[in-house]
Design a protein around this ligand. Structure first.
Ligand code: SF4
Length: 398
């Protein structure tokens, strides 16, 4: 990975494109660099650095919004084998892997969460709040979702989104939540329909969910002005169907309201391995999928610098929190609802900064580290991201 020296701009990236180098600044800016701007080892030459600094591309403002993630239900109606909230695999090879304890968000806990949020926002000097409805499956507790958004409006909420499997999303509920400020919903596909229906299964009976999800998105889109973030999970079990999936989604949904992104599934310690290597063939596939998605009218998430996550990236919860349905705090989504990973409660605040709390304070990426070394992983992402920037540039979308 090519980086600007840490003392200049932590997280900035320099990528080698087909025709030029790309600079991704920590504040979100993108700049085109010529060969003369970059030395042989991929670092910035002083004059290029000076010009980027003059244009403000080496600096980043701290988050201006407090990010609050709330699990409205820790339970889920699906039984995905790779779910990071599983505590193991289904011993009978069925669709019911053991999960974290089942808890629902109540009115009383919402009060405690919003009081805690007020205190945290005041301490950080922030007055804008972004809420994420999370689970388990958040829509297993629709009343909790509605009440949280209704009441968060009086605590500075300026935007809200949800990560949901979408199997329980009705048009009426979509309209209600959108009316309360919900802007977008992230929904996952595990490859094309046959793969998805084998992996993303109903917990109760192992049935497939692809058609239900797509149908619910279509009907919810008619009822509410929601945008959709479609995450495509890529693993050795799904990658061969991704081309067909993109075309299928474009035929069923309005690509103009959807962003697509492709993500490799990692083993988070529950025995669900992903053997797909970070090879040249796989990076070429990612690039092909991104180009096809763009050509069909989807948005594709733009490459960014390595900026700290507002929720887990600061080590002290200054700019955001993840709260489970019982009011316990964790550092990031992946550890929410897991007893051994709690870093406090909304009533008592964060635990003192001891080595034990530091051990529990993990970041988004930590649990997904796979067997390959960090250099291989970074090179893979750099290749895919540079190819996307090249294509955005080539097609006038940059
Ligand atoms: S839908 Fe989400 S929360 Fe539910 S089992 Fe699958 S990955 Fe886990």
């Amino acid at each position: 990975m090519n980086r600007v020296a840490d003392d200049i701009a932590a997280g900035a990236r320099i990528l080698r494109g087909e025709r030029n180098w790309w600079f991704l600044g920590p504040g979100g800016g993108v700049a085109r660099l010529r060969a003369g701007h970059v030395s042989a080892d991929g670092t910035l030459r002083p004059d290029a650095e000076r010009r980027l600094r003059e244009h403000g591309l080496l600096s980043a403002a701290p988050p201006s919004t407090y990010s609050l993630t709330v699990l409205t239900s820790t339970h889920c109606n699906l039984g995905c084998g790779y779910c990071f909230q599983n505590t193991g695999q289904d011993a009978a090879d069925g669709s019911r892997p053991p999960r974290i304890p089942r808890i629902r968000l109540t009115s009383r806990t919402i009060t405690s969460i919003l009081d805690f949020t007020d205190r945290q926002m005041a301490a950080a000097g922030l007055d804008k709040l972004r809420v994420l409805l999370f689970g388990g499956e958040p829509l297993l507790n629709p009343r909790g979702c509605v009440e949280l958004l209704e009441r968060a409006a009086d605590h500075g909420m300026t935007s809200a989104w949800m990560i949901s499997n979408a199997t329980l999303l009705t048009p009426a509920l979509a309209a209600r939540l959108a009316g309360l400020g919900l802007e977008s919903v992230q929904v996952t596909f595990d490859g094309d329909r046959p793969d998805h229906d084998r992996i993303r299964v109903v917990r109760a009976d192992g049935g497939g969910t692809f058609d239900t999800i797509v149908g619910n998105i279509v009907r919810a889109s008619q009822a509410a002005p929601l945008r959709w973030i479609l995450r495509v999970n890529v693993s050795q079990e799904t990658y061969q169907g991704v081309d067909a999936l993109i075309d299928r989604l474009a035929g069923a949904l309005d690509p103009g309201r959807c962003a697509l992104y492709f993500a490799q599934v990692g083993d988070v310690g529950v025995g669900y391995g992903n053997d797909l290597p970070h090879s040249g063939d796989v990076s070429a596939r990612f690039s092909r999928w991104q180009r096809r998605a763009l050509d069909l009218g989807f948005t594709v998430t733009r490459p960014q610098a390595h900026r700290p996550c507002a929720t887990c990236g600061y080590g002290d919860g200054r700019y955001g929190a993840v709260v489970s349905a019982d009011g316990t705090l964790s550092s990031c989504w992946e550890t929410a609802g897991k007893d051994d990973w709690q870093v406090g409660t909304v009533t008592g605040g964060y635990l003192p900064d001891t080595p034990d709390r530091q051990r529990r304070w993990i970041g988004c990426e930590d649990l997904y580290r796979r067997g390959e070394d960090a250099r291989t992983l970074a090179a893979f992402h750099d290749t895919v991201d540079a190819a996307l920037l090249d294509y955005l540039d080539e097609t006038g979308r940059l």
